[in-house]
Design a binder for this molecule. Structure first.
Ligand code: HAM
Length: 427
């Protein structure tokens, strides 16, 4: 008899075009992780169950319903990781990564996660995440950098219309007063809540915001707002974060009802969503600050923040929106021009920078007029000209001319790769 076995429900065999998408996403993310100075950490695919149950929170859906938990042959309870954060913190504490001069520790990971959820489009039982965790600083500028990085990954992939939601759920102290008021608001509305949420109302009412059943989340959203209950330190932290996001030109929307489904979160929470996805699965990535988790694991009392991106969901949406993978979708070509001999060394530096970033480029070997060089660039079908002159050399900058629309930009050396990717429609 033939043995016919399907892959388990909610899992996928990944091959062909999907591998190309995954490589493209992972490479784009790895480039950005490198630019932001994050190092890779690979943790096991399973951990002792407490690693997740105690950090994610006993009252969450993930711990109550979605974990793949089993006993090994010696009767120890193990769980396939439903997320990466708790495992990263466990590893950092266990391996004593925290030195006095190396904070924040910046780590990234790419791996498969397991949640026993009802499979549907964009929701799987085995799925892949890439994520970062920065351990050891509560500076709101770090929050802004982390959110900026999340945003940048999607821009680099070619997404245009995503919405970045941010909120603060406060520290444990200010959350207590909110929860009191929130419970008061919900008590008379109990009849409209599902059975699980009636239980949550007693033990952990914030989770009602994440309820996927009936109108529970909607009732929660119409209640008091957590922003009205933040203590002055949490308020200042949130203001400094949003100011930093504005300084970095990151577009964001404050969402009062964003609380996220993990109990370890404190203060900043954020999510990047697409209105092209069904609302129950519209988040491509999300994260937040977790200032008490390292201490809970027996490590030093250090604050931390991170995010994770769902790779499968991102691929699904790229395909739906017709976003291609790989540089061959739009392989931008740059022509480096200098008419000044003194710029030679600087020109080679820029040439290396661009080629190292995978941008195809060439330089002018003979110094002619700018007009002649533009003509040559057009003839050879370059997309942009990067011009280096006396001013550029003095200011460590480059002037870029987009040969499609003849717009011109002067950017610093550090920004040139980003600007070229932006022109290519990749940022
Ligand atoms: P999360 O929001 O649970 O956060 O997951 C992050 C992303 O993983 C989601 O936005 C979604 O794209 C994807 N994802 C989650 N569940 C599934 C599923 N069943 N099927 C397909 N994709 C899924 C976390 O996991 C936190 N650890 C993020 C974090 C890092 N917070 C701080 N640091």
């Amino acid at each position: 008899m033939k043995l016919v076995i399907n892959s388990p429900r909610g899992t996928a065999d990944i091959y062909g075009e999907d591998i190309k998408y995954r490589d493209f996403i992972n490479n784009a993310a790895r480039t950005i992780f490198k630019i932001f100075n994050f190092n890779e950490l690979i943790t096991p695919a399973f951990e002792y169950t407490e690693v997740f149950s105690r950090s994610i929170g006993e009252e969450t859906d993930i711990v109550q319903k979605e974990m793949y938990t089993f006993n090994d042959k010696k009767g120890r309870s193990l769980t396939l990781r439903p997320e990466g954060t708790a495992a990263v913190v466990r590893a950092a504490v266990e391996k004593k990564m925290f030195g006095s001069g190396n904070l924040p520790i910046k780590l990234f990971y790419i791996g498969n996660m397991f949640r026993y959820e009802r499979p549907q489009k964009g929701r799987m039982r085995e799925f892949w995440q890439l994520g970062v965790e920065a351990l050891g600083s509560d500076n709101p500028v770090l929050d802004a950098e982390i959110i900026w990085m999340l945003n940048l990954i999607f821009k680099r992939l070619g997404f245009k219309n995503l919405v970045l939601l941010v909120n603060s759920i406060g520290c444990l102290k200010c959350r207590k007063s909110f929860i009191q008021e929130f419970k008061k608001y919900l008590e008379p509305k109990k009849a409209g809540l599902c059975g699980d949420c009636i239980k949550r109302l007693k033990n952990n009412p914030l989770r009602i915001f994440d309820c996927k059943v009936g109108g529970c989340a909607e009732i929660a959203q119409k209640g008091p707002k957590i922003s009205g209950y933040l203590c002055s330190s949490c308020k200042t932290h949130f203001k400094d974060l949003t100011d930093a996001l504005s300084s970095l030109s990151v577009d964001y929307k404050i969402s009062d009802s964003l609380v996220r489904g993990f109990e370890y979160y404190t203060k900043t929470v954020f999510e990047i969503i697409s209105n092209d996805l069904e609302s129950a699965q519209n988040a491509l990535g999300g994260g937040g600050r977790y200032d008490n988790l390292i201490g809970q694991f027996g490590g030093p009392e250090l604050p931390a923040i991170g995010f994770a991106v769902g790779i499968d969901r991102t691929i699904m949406l790229m395909k739906d929106l017709g976003i291609g993978y790989g540089p061959d979708t739009k392989n931008i070509r740059a022509y480096l021009v200098s008419l000044n001999d003194e710029c030679k060394g600087y020109m080679l530096e820029i040439l290396r920078l661009l080629r190292d970033s995978g941008i195809s480029c060439d330089i002018n070997y003979t110094s002619r007029s700018m007009k002649a060089e533009i003509k040559k660039a057009e003839k050879l079908e370059f997309d942009i000209i990067a011009f280096l002159g006396e001013d550029e050399l003095k200011n460590d900058s480059v002037t870029i001319k987009d040969l499609k629309d003849f717009k011109q930009y002067t950017v610093s050396k550090k920004e040139i790769v980003g600007k070229i990717f932006e022109i290519a429609g990749r940022i």
